[in-house]
Write a protein that binds this ligand. Structure first.
Ligand SMILES: [Zn+2]
Length: 274
């Protein structure tokens, strides 16, 4: 569930607090959240490393460490990261505790689908899967009309499915694809190759705009996502279609429809979106 704006919010909150901190301890409460290397090697590998930066790529959060190494978090559906004081007790769904000089970083994950990877000088290991085939993020300058049209031109797939494709729109998931299509006035079921240039441009602008506004509002707290202090984001108050099925459209009053596309529930307004 956490998409680009949620992971970016976590990054912005973590960075000023954890930068230059040293990893002093590591506790695995569930070993299966460690995606690489083997769980028994994970803790010994990260201890004594220093955090030199906190970055993000699409929906992946990355702690850049000393010795050309990094920890990559993939939050998947329900993973969250909390920053707690050194004396805080772990919580019900805490799976990993990384102890720093001044804080404990909790990786909480009720469904145990999220994964953590540690990589060091491992440029040839294609882990995590999907990370190396990511396309541009819609908020990047490289994501322009030329790029977007090249990626979707001639594709018979439904536009909604292509917005979810991480090799096209890195960082976009179900929330922001639904919202961007609403603001562009385009039905999610439309075939990509039937979009006009103007529609494609409108969709590009909507994607950028909705992602920037969601970042400014600390993400969307529906389901498990919260900020690193446990507080909710605010963008759920600005949604037009996502999670609003059967409610009246904020623009025209028509009931918001819901339909499965690519096995994902998709919401749209049958009147505002053509
Ligand atoms: Zn409407």
């Amino acid at each position: 569930m956490p998409e680009l704006p949620e992971v970016e919010t976590i990054r912005r909150e973590l960075k000023p607090r954890v930068i230059n901190q040293k990893i002093q301890g590591c506790t695995l409460l569930r070993k299966d959240v460690i995606g690489y290397p083997k769980a028994k090697d994970f803790c010994t590998s990260i201890i004594d490393k220093q955090i030199i930066d906190v970055t993000r790529r699409a929906k992946y959060l990355i702690l850049e460490l000393s010795h050309d190494s990094r920890i990559i978090f993939h939050l998947r559906l329900s993973g969250t990261i909390y920053l707690r004081n050194r004396d805080a007790q772990h919580e019900r769904f805490t799976r990993v505790i990384i102890t720093l000089n001044d804080y404990q970083l909790f990786f909480n994950e009720p469904r145990v689908l999220g994964r953590i990877y540690f990589l060091q000088n491992d440029k040839n290991i294609k882990i995590p899967k999907g990370y190396y085939t990511l396309g541009y993020e819609p908020i990047s300058p490289e994501f322009d009309l030329n790029y977007f049209r090249n990626k979707i031109n001639g594709r018979k797939a439904k536009i909604k499915a292509l917005l979810l494709d991480q090799s096209i729109c890195a960082g976009v998931g179900n929330i922001y694809s639904d919202e961007a299509l609403f603001h562009a006035g385009i039905r999610p079921l439309r075939k990509a190759n039937k979009l006009t240039v103007i529609e494609t441009f409108k969709l590009l602008v909507s994607l950028k705009s909705v992602l920037y506004r969601a970042i400014d509002n600390f993400g969307t707290s529906i389901g498990d996502y919260t900020r690193t202090d446990g507080k909710n984001g605010k963008f759920q108050n600005s949604l037009y279609v996502y999670s609003r099925e059967h409610e009246p459209c904020r623009i025209c009053g028509t009931k918001i429809a819901i339909q499965k596309i690519s096995n994902r529930s998709t919401r749209y307004c049958p009147t505002c979106q053509k």
